[in-house]
Structure formats: structure tokens, C-alpha cells
Design a protein around this ligand. Structure first.
Ligand code: 4AD
Ligand code: MG
Length: 439
């Protein structure tokens, strides 16, 4: 596809080549015409650039061909890069020649036009919608969040040890398991969390994390729920609830700062109020579940002590602070079997949720795990979990058990908050939800 000897540059790097003849390989994003000049706007995945094509330079026939070019046709343009402070990216390309790789038919034009489309239409065309500027900005922020999370753990002594997707038993409760046929009539389940395996690797490496897709067969149709989402989960041996809270706070602060440093332009595309993100500094407010219930009741919630916080409750709490709030010591009864009870108050668990501000709600859940063998055996029985499937997990309490803990952060919830989105569905390239398995 090289139509000339001019070096090919990516639009993101165009500024470094001002004055040079280059070629750009991309797609037609939009096109304006004005008499004997056309202004094709080309995108190449790294950015967009306005090009200027004059009839006098191109010749009659090529000029007409370019003028009639349809949205999202693929093309390679050649010309000279010129600084122009008014242009997006501060640079324009004067077109000297071009080749069309594929012209999109005028009879069946690109379905997503600059006019408003409904969300279902856009979701049905997600494979194409990904080409638009907003979606680009969101997915770039996602990339930055993931990179920052990895950098945080990699530079703080954690070893990445990824955990399996096929698992023989539940981690977060049996009601939200996706079952698959394994071999010889055996059933397997798609993992809900890498935590249990992380506990094993933490006893081997001290500090570990896993990062991968997790699955929940949740029949919740809310702006916070996906059936497949990516979770990063650190786990630490010899750690208490306070250690878990400290790492969670440091990690969130680090991630937000990185996005502010590197993705300002994308946040601008999303019209995100960055002052709200700049406020995300330590220390985060920390309240207990008891305090949360009292606050919620005073604000009209119907929550009673003992119940889990509803989505509405989380929204109320998270709108009260300018930074994430940590809520700890939930009733053991509403939390998973592995949560360590508070020795001073066994009816509450040494667990913590981190609620993002501006109404976003829970982005992190974690805490200290039961490390005592007898107690863990009791909890497995009380939750009616299949004991055989947990024998290996009980081994971790038989051979050098220590207090330990960790947490999980859902990447999509974090990205949704940082980008200021209405719904998590735009934070992943191909979302999987209760009513959406396609495209
Ligand atoms: O609070 P959860 O269920 O905690 C666990 O899975 C623990 N085993 C993690 C650990 O301690 N290692 O889930 C953790 C986070 C939530 O705070 C939320 O951000 C995200 O995972 N999450 C979801 N994100 C999108 N869609 C869903 N259906 C989610 N369920 C949980
Ligand atoms: Mg949770």
C-alpha cells in the first residue's frame, strides 16, 4: 500500500514532521467542501487531521473523486504537513496525492453519522462505534488505568501470578455462577474472582496480584453491572484490614494521578471536570458500616442495620465526599464466607468497600481473610459449600497460616468514574450484559 516514497507517519506524531512530505494511512472521518477546495478529515487510530485538497493541485478528476469520497472509506493521503494553531493537533496536511483503498458504497453508507443515535443502535454497531472520538478517549483512559495499576503493583514488590478462569467452585457465592461443560460430565464455572487462588500464591510469594476477566451471572440491569468484567486483585500475606485499606488508597491515588498526567486530552474530549479528579488525594474519609447506616437513615434511606447497602445507598454516601470513601466492618452475614470476623465484634467482618465519589459507588471490595482452620471449616459448612472443592484452600490454613488480605477493583467501574460516564458499558470494547452478548 505504499503509493510513494514519502515516509508514513502516524497522526499523533505529525507535529514532529512539519514541513516534510509524508503519507498518512487511515479512514475518512468527515469531509467539508468549499468550491475548488475539499477538507477531508482523516483518522488513523492515533488521532485526526484536517487535510486540504485543492483542485488546482490535484487535477480535475482526482479532485472530483476525493470530493465524492464517503465516510469511513479507507485511503492513503500524501502531502506536506503545515503548522496551523487553529487545527486539531496544531497541524494540517496539504494534499498532493492520495489513493483510495476502499470506497464505501454510497448506496450502503456508514451507519453511524454525526447525527444523534440511540444507545441501543450504537451498541448494536459497537464494532463500528469504536471508531468514534469519544469511544477512543474512553478506551485510552482504560488503557492508562490498566497500565497504572500494573505499574503500581510492579513497583511495590507484588508478583503478578494470574489465576485460572475455569474453576471447580464458587468464590463469591453460588447464585451468580456461569456453568460450563468440562470433560467427562464434569461441570466447571467461570471464575468470579481470582482471590482464593491468590491466597495460595500470596503464601508462596508474599505479595501478589492477578488481573484478568471475571464473570458474574448477575441478573442486574444497572449502570454498574456487566456479566464479564476485568478485575485486578492484590493479595498480601501478613496483612491486616488496615494494610489492605492503605494499599487500596495508594493505588487509587496513583491511578488517578497517572490519568491526569497522561490523558488530559482524552478527559477534555469527554468533557470531564478534572477538578473533581484533582481532589482525589489522601487521606480518604473512612467510616464504619454502623456510621454509614446512621448517615443513610438520617437521609431517608430505609436501610436497617444488618442489610447490605443498596445501589441507592452507595450513591448517597458517595455524593457526600469529594474523594473516595472507605466503608468497613459490614455485618458478617451479608459478606462472603472467607471474611475474617472482627475479634472484638464477631458479628461484623474485617472487610472494606471503597465507594467512588459523585455517586459512582463501589469500585473496590476486599478485606482480611479467615486464617484459622477451624473457623474456616465452620464457615464453609455454614455457607453449604462443597467441602471437597475447598480442601486445597483449607491446606493454606494447615501449613503456615498467617493473617492475610487483599482486595479486588473492577476496572470498568473505575474507568466509568474517572471518565465521568453514565454507564459501565462504554468502558470495555465489547460489553457483556444481561441483555447483550452481541456483537
Ligand atoms: O466486591 P467483589 O464481589 O469482591 C470480590 O470479588 C473479592 N473476591 C475481591 C478480593 O477481595 N480479591 O468485587 C470486587 C469489585 C467490585 O468492587 C466492583 O468494582 C467489581 O469488582 N464488580 C463488578 N464490576 C462490574 N460488573 C459487575 N457485575 C461487578 N461485580 C463486581
Ligand atoms: Mg463487593
Amino acid at each position: 500500500m505504499t503509493a510513494s516514497s514519502a515516509p508514513r507517519v502516524r497522526i499523533a506524531e505529525a507535529r514532529a514532521h512539519i514541513g516534510q512530505t509524508v503519507e498518512i494511512a487511515g479512514w475518512l472521518y468527515n469531509l467539508r467542501k468549499s468550491g475548488k477546495i475539499v477538507f477531508p478529515i482523516v483518522r488513523d487510530g492515533s488521532g485526526i487531521i484536517q487535510c486540504v485538497g485543492a483542485k488546482a493541485d490535484l487535477g480535475d478528476e482526482p479532485f472530483e473523486s476525493l470530493k465524492r469520497l464517503t465516510q469511513e472509506s479507507s485511503l492513503i493521503v500524501r502531502g506536506v504537513l503545515r503548522a496551523d494553531e487553529r487545527a486539531v493537533g496544531g497541524v494540517e496536511l496539504d494534499v498532493h496525492g492520495f489513493s483510495i483503498v476502499q470506497r464505501v458504497s454510497e448506496e450502503a453508507p456508514y451507519p453511524i453519522t454525526p447525527k444523534e443515535h440511540g444507545i441501543e443502535f450504537l451498541m448494536d454497531h459497537r464494532h463500528l462505534w469504536l471508531r468514534s472520538l469519544r469511544q477512543h478517549a474512553v478506551l485510552r483512559v482504560r488503557h492508562e488505568v490498566i497500565r497504572a495499576v500494573r505499574d503500581y503493583f510492579d513497583s511495590n514488590g507484588f508478583t503478578l501470578v494470574d489465576t485460572p478462569v475455569f474453576t471447580p467452585a464458587a468464590c463469591e457465592g453460588t447464585t451468580t455462577l456461569f456453568e460450563v461443560d468440562y470433560f467427562d460430565d464434569e461441570k466447571a464455572y467461570l471464575t468470579q474472582s481470582g482471590q482464593l487462588y491468590n491466597e495460595a500464591t500470596a503464601m508462596a510469594f508474599g505479595k501478589v496480584y492477578c488481573f484478568g476477566p471475571t464473570f458474574r451471572a448477575e441478573k442486574s440491569k444497572t449502570r454498574r453491572h456487566l456479566t464479564e468484567f476485568w478485575m485486578v486483585e492484590p493479595e498480601m500475606a501478613y496483612a491486616t484490614l488496615d494494610d489492605v485499606k492503605q494499599v487500596a488508597e495508594e493505588m487509587v491515588v496513583f491511578v488517578v494521578r497517572r490519568v491526569l498526567e497522561n490523558r488530559r486530552a482524552d478527559l477534555a474530549v469527554l468533557e470531564r471536570d478534572v477538578a473533581r479528579l484533582e481532589a482525589v488525594l489522601p487521606p480518604f474519609p473512612k467510616i464504619s458500616y454502623d456510621e454509614a447506616v446512621a448517615i443513610l437513615q438520617s437521609k431517608g434511606s430505609t436501610i436497617e442495620w444488618g442489610g447490605d447497602l443498596g445501589g441507592g445507598d452507595e450513591t448517597i454516601l458517595s455524593e457526600m465526599y469529594d474523594r473516595p470513601v472507605m466503608v468497613d466492618r459490614y455485618p458478617s452475614a451479608v459478606k462472603a464466607f472467607y471474611m475474617q470476623p472482627d475479634p472484638e465484634r464477631p458479628e461484623v467482618a474485617l472487610g472494606v468497600d471503597v465507594l467512588a465519589p459523585e455517586g459512582y459507588g463501589e469500585i473496590i471490595g476486599g478485606g482480611q481473610r479467615v486464617h484459622d482452620l477451624a473457623l474456616l471449616e465452620q464457615r464453609i459448612a455454614a455457607h453449604e459449600l462443597p467441602r471437597e472443592a475447598f480442601e486445597w484452600y483449607l491446606d493454606l490454613r494447615r501449613y503456615g497460616t498467617v493473617p492475610h488480605g487483599g482486595f479486588g477493583m473492577g476496572i470498568e467501574r473505575c474507568v466509568s468514574w474517572i471518565c465521568g460516564l453514565e454507564h459501565v458499558r462504554e468502558t470495555i470494547a465489547f460489553p457483556r450484559m444481561l441483555y447483550r452478548l452481541r456483537p
